[in-house]
Design a protein. Structure first.
Ligand code: SF4
Length: 64
């Protein structure tokens, strides 16, 4: 799984962290997303796809 994020457009909504807390985190200072694992194991696929779908800024791209 490949994940790419347009960090400049992240609005810090945190939906990705709720959906996949093992893959996404947020910076303390401004809430911008932090990618903890850019190639997560297959068991995380559903969570990551949900995170991408839930992101209000649509900045998460996932290739499975
Ligand atoms: S859900 Fe989208 S906009 Fe919100 S923190 Fe995650 S990547 Fe950023």
């Amino acid at each position: 799984m490949d994940i790419s994020i347009d960090f400049d457009k992240c609005c810090g909504a945190g939906q990705c962290v709720l959906a996949a807390p093992e893959v996404f985190d947020q910076r303390d200072e401004d809430g911008v997303v932090v990618l903890l694992d850019d190639n997560p194991p297959a068991g995380q696929t559903e969570n990551v796809v949900q995170a991408a779908a839930a992101c209000p800024a649509a900045v998460i791209q996932v290739r499975v």
